[in-house]
Design a protein. Structure first.
Length: 767
């Protein structure tokens, strides 16, 4: 193993329990290393407290009532420590390293250099970024926007960390400029959920709150890894278990995060004397009662199997097993749905799901026994060709037994980025609902662009084909997050200008258009004195709770500006005489932005008052009240047919997953504790039989290729790791394997890249 990227790899055994003492130790270590003891403690005490800092990692909801002093998890601590680091990337740093030297470094190294302190510009043909004044930077963006043949040649991307206030202004700017090209990370994430739920129940969001999850009879966790990606969800799962719930996990991998959990928060223990011993001894609460190791991409088949089993039993049962009253009064499409399920044949269901009849029957048993159930899902369901259909099958299962809009029952898509949901609520979308459009036009006296904009995949293709020429991003790391890395790099390189509002150096700043700008912004942990007074922002959790977030640290540099300020100044520079409202006012007081939000976004009335009340407020959630705002007013059963994924000779089906030490493309460390991996992320988890069948063994180095539409894509140097994963399936980490994901391989109807099902081949590395 000579390659530097894999030289330090150590393969250990996967864990069966999540959190516990190692989580406490790790959180403390990372906080001390990055932020120091005083700032670190201050941050942790403010994290997720009412009126404190909303955790900038995942979108999991905070408790409604009393909060303990430790309302965070290991990964929340890592995320804020990463932002609060003492390290700085300033003009000296950029003078020292050329862009090509930086591009040869790993993602982890780039992130570890620290917070960017100054706006920077990469001139055409230049080898190094140079500092630039803010005003000059805006003039350059404006110059490029003005040179476009049409506003639709600009792309305005958003990642899900952006606050409601900044997101609202950003979409207002893009639409005032004349385009709906507002792709976001959601297009690669829960878009399949949003499309499916909007059609089936009239709202693309969760229908439950935390207390429903904690007091229910059954929880299905499908295609989601709570221990790593929404760690405080495990405290809720623990409470649910204590209240008697059963848990079923459907996942190709046996993830520690749903197997069992030791709660590391002392305040969660009634008898504090027991806390240290319980945590130290690692006495765990077992979570999943059943784990079904599903074949990758087999979720639609599995769900149809469960439904088919339920409907079969219904036929032979003297008592009704399904909720006819709910079906008759609240839904439509039931007969067609039943007919559709009847045509699904068991052989296909079993082959596609890779499960045994008894496994599916036992899940049907659980669903029939439960009076109330909740389904939680994430990327394991949404990033496949038939993802929209799979989410709608989850809804079908709930509709069948009236499991939406009652205590302890409902749908729980677990959103990713801390404010990805709020950004969409604020209008970050390549489309607009009619009511949003009407309100926006009325409040701001302008005609919004009629044409739908580009989503993420469409934006990449447009840039590649020279149909879009300016790429502007608020947050995110577009190149590494997107599919088909080489193609996306080509798309960015084709642009006249690429500009990013970011906090940390990332690869998108290194693979650029003809000119490139880095516009560094404040993070959520920092005090925001825009307009000469202390401002706060707000966000929406995965369970629709909108709450304030206020930073407490001195900014990493005096040159940093808030996202709100940057967007408003850009709008002023670009729209100049065309602006029909006073952007400067927004910068003086974010309350004025919230007043505008209140006028435009349904459910945000009286925003400024309600956001200041204890813990914020909930967005309207009609399905929770059994009101379904679909076109017909009924919840809809959807009919889908399973399209089996057929592998060619020697092919494996690859899923791409997150390690415990990363937040998306931000790699904190090259480890994945729960899966036993240390020192390198360039691994491929394979079934022992598949390894043997290829004449390989644990530790061998392989190259990966994928073939799609006649094009062969490749990613080199991955170490083989035997793992408990179904045969013909394998897993690699995101973003290392993104070069293998074809740009045209997307989910039907949502256009989400199929990052969780890529057909690949594995060959021994020749290097
Ligand atoms: N610490 C941390 N937290 C995060 C993130 C992070 O990177 N780090 N990212 C945030 C974001 S943006 C998001 S969207 C969420 C993502 O949260 P998750 O969706 O939990 O993350 P993933 O690791 O992408 O994959 C989810 C799980 O799906 C399983 N899986 C893979 N393929 C399939 C399949 O075909 N079927 C089924 N049933 N399961 C499958 C994988 O084994 C894995 O356990 O997390 C958010 N929170
Ligand atoms: N193969 C594969 N690809 C995937 C996925 C997958 O599961 N598999 N998951 C997809 C999903 S679910 C998502 S959400 C996307 C994520 O896509 P993105 O949201 O584009 O990516 P992130 O890695 O979250 O963005 C990290 C960057 O955000 C910047 N940043 C951090 N904090 C702030 C802030 O407060 N403000 C601003 N302005 N910038 C900040 C930092 O500079 C950092 O480099 O990736 C997608 N790509
Ligand atoms: S569960 Fe998510 S939001 Fe909550 S503290 Fe952990 S990372 Fe932050
Ligand atoms: Mo995501």
């Amino acid at each position: 193993m000579k390659d530097k990227s894999i030289a330090d790899l150590k393969i250990g055994s996967p864990k069966k329990t999540a959190a516990g003492m190692s989580a406490v130790v790790n959180a403390t270590r990372v906080m001390l290393k990055n932020a120091g003891p005083v700032r670190g403690t201050k941050l942790l005490l403010a994290l997720n407290q009412k009126g404190g800092i909303d955790c900038n990692s995942c979108a999991w909801a905070d408790p409604e009532g009393e909060r303990t002093h430790a309302e965070f998890c290991e990964n929340g601590a890592k995320a804020i420590a990463d932002e609060a680091t003492w390290k700085r990337v300033g003009p000296d740093f950029f003078a020292k390293y050329s862009v090509s030297e930086l591009a040869s470094q790993s993602d982890r190294w780039l992130n570890a250099q620290g917070r960017i302190t100054h706006p920077m510009m990469l001139d055409e043909g230049a080898t190094h970024y140079r500092p630039i004044a803010w005003e000059e930077a805006f003039a350059i963006v404006s110059e490029h926007l003005n040179a476009l043949g049409s506003p639709d040649e600009a792309v305005f991307y958003t990642s899900g960390r952006t606050s409601n206030e900044a997101a609202f202004l950003y979409q207002l700017f893009a639409r005032s400029f004349g385009t709906n090209n507002l792709p976001d990370c959601s297009n690669m994430c829960h878009e399949s959920t949003s499309v499916a739920l909007a059609e089936s129940i009239g709202l693309g969001k969760a229908t439950i709150r935390l207390d429903d999850l904690e007091d229910t009879d059954l929880i299905l966790i499908i295609g989601q890894n709570p221990g790593t990606n929404a760690p405080r969800m495990m405290s809720s799962l623990q409470r649910a278990k204590e209240n008697g719930a059963r848990i079923i996990a459907v996942n190709p991998l046996p993830e520690a995060g749903f197997l069992s959990f030791v709660n590391p928060n002392p305040e969660q223990y009634d008898d504090l004397k027991k806390f240290p011993m319980t945590v130290l001894r690692g006495r765990a609460t077992p979570l999943a009662d059943l784990h079904l190791p599903i074949r990758i991409g087999g979720d639609l088949a599995f769900l149809q199997g469960v439904i088919k089993a339920i409907l079969d039993r219904e036929k032979h049962s003297p008592e009704p097993l399904i909720d006819y009253e709910f079906i008759n009064s609240k839904t439509e499409g039931f007969q067609d749905f039943v007919a559709g399920i009847e045509t699904a044949d068991w052989e296909t269901i079993l082959r596609a799901s890779g499960l045994a009849p008894a496994q599916i029957e036992s899940v049907a048993d659980e669903f029939l026994k439960a009076e109330r159930f909740v389904t939680c899902w994430a990327m394991g369901v949404t990033q496949h060709k038939q993802a929209v259909a799979a989410v709608q099958e989850i809804v079908n299962l709930h509709l069948l037994r009236g499991q939406i809009g009652k205590q302890g029952a409902g749908l729980c898509p677990v959103r990713g980025h801390s404010n990805v949901q709020g950004d969409r609520t604020m209008g970050i979308w390549e489309k607009m609902t009619p009511i949003f459009r009407k309100n926006l036009e009325k409040a701001f006296h302008f005609k919004t662009p009629k044409r739908d904009g580009f989503n993420t995949v469409e934006a990449i293709r447009a840039m590649y084909d020279n149909d879009a020429k300016v790429f502007f991003a608020v947050g995110g790391n577009f190149l590494s997050a997107a599919p088909d890395t080489e193609y996306t790099a080509g798309a960015l390189r084709n642009c006249e200008l690429t500009a990013q509002v970011i906090t940390k150096l990332n690869r998108t700043a290194l693979v650029t258009g003809r000119r490139s700008l880095i516009l560094p912004c404040l993070g959520r942990t920092e005090i925001d004195m825009t307009g000469g007074k202390e401002q706060f922002v707000s966000t929406e959790s995965t369970m629709l709770n909108v709450q304030m977030s206020k930073g407490i640290l001195e900014p990493a540099s005096a040159e940093l500006r808030s996202e709100v300020w940057i967007v408003a100044k850009l709008a002023q520079a670009e729209l100049k005489t065309r602006q029909t409202f006073d952007w400067e006012r927004f910068v003086s007081d974010y309350d004025l932005i919230r007043d505008a939000i209140a006028k435009v976004v349904p459910g945000c009335e009286n925003y400024n008052v309600r956001i200041r009340e204890n813990g914020g407020f909930y967005m309207p959630n009609p399905p929770r009240e059994r009101v379904f705002p679909t076109d017909s007013g009924f919840a809809k059963f959807a009919v889908s047919r399973i399209e089996e994924i057929v592998l060619g000779e020697g092919e494996l089906l690859m899923t791409t997953i997150r390690a415990h030490d990363q937040f998306n493309t931000t790699v904190y460390e090259e480890n994945d504790r729960y899966r036993g991996i240390r020192g390198s992320r360039r691994v491929i988890f394979m079934n022992a039989d598949d390894i043997a069948a290829r004449g390989l063994k644990s530790g061998d180095v392989v190259d990966l290729t994928s073939e799609f539409d006649g094009v062969v894509r490749s990613a080199e140097t991955f170490v083989v790791v035997p793992y408990e994963i179904p045969k013909d399936c394998c897993a690699t980490y995101f973003p290392e394997a993104n070069p293998l994901i074809p740009i045209r391989s997307v989910a039907d109807r949502s256009n989400c890249p199929t990052s969780k099902s890529v057909k690949i081949r594995v060959a021994r590395s020749e290097r």
